[in-house]
Design a protein around this ligand. Structure first.
Ligand SMILES: [Zn+2]
Length: 96
């Protein structure tokens, strides 16, 4: 399935507070964006569906271009979750 070229529904976007419109807003459609992971140098394509969902359904804030592949992002997420768990455990220990 090809996702590139999905039309941007500007009315569904969250308000843009920055001066510069992201590329996809200027072009009025989402497009597949190949990028190289800054961590493992793997090549990955950012398809149009996640940003369309992110901006129009989740009404997320504008993101800079992704710089990490899915695998590295998941690793980073679990690393942060683990750090948070340890942090919360530390707080819980202090309270007792
Ligand atoms: Zn990576």
């Amino acid at each position: 399935m090809k996702y590139g070229g999905m039309i941007v529904d500007c009315t569904a976007l969250a308000p843009n507070n920055s001066y510069d419109e992201p590329d996809f807003v200027k072009r009025r459609y989402y497009f597949d964006q190949p990028f190289t992971c800054a961590s493992c140098n793997g090549l990955e394509v950012w398809t149009a569906v996640p940003p369309k969902w992110w901006y129009e359904v989740a009404r997320g804030v504008y993101l800079p271009l992704l710089s990490f592949c899915r695998t590295c992002r998941l690793q980073e997420q679990s690393r942060r979750a683990e750090a948070r768990r340890i942090h919360l455990e530390g707080i819980a220990t202090k309270c007792h």
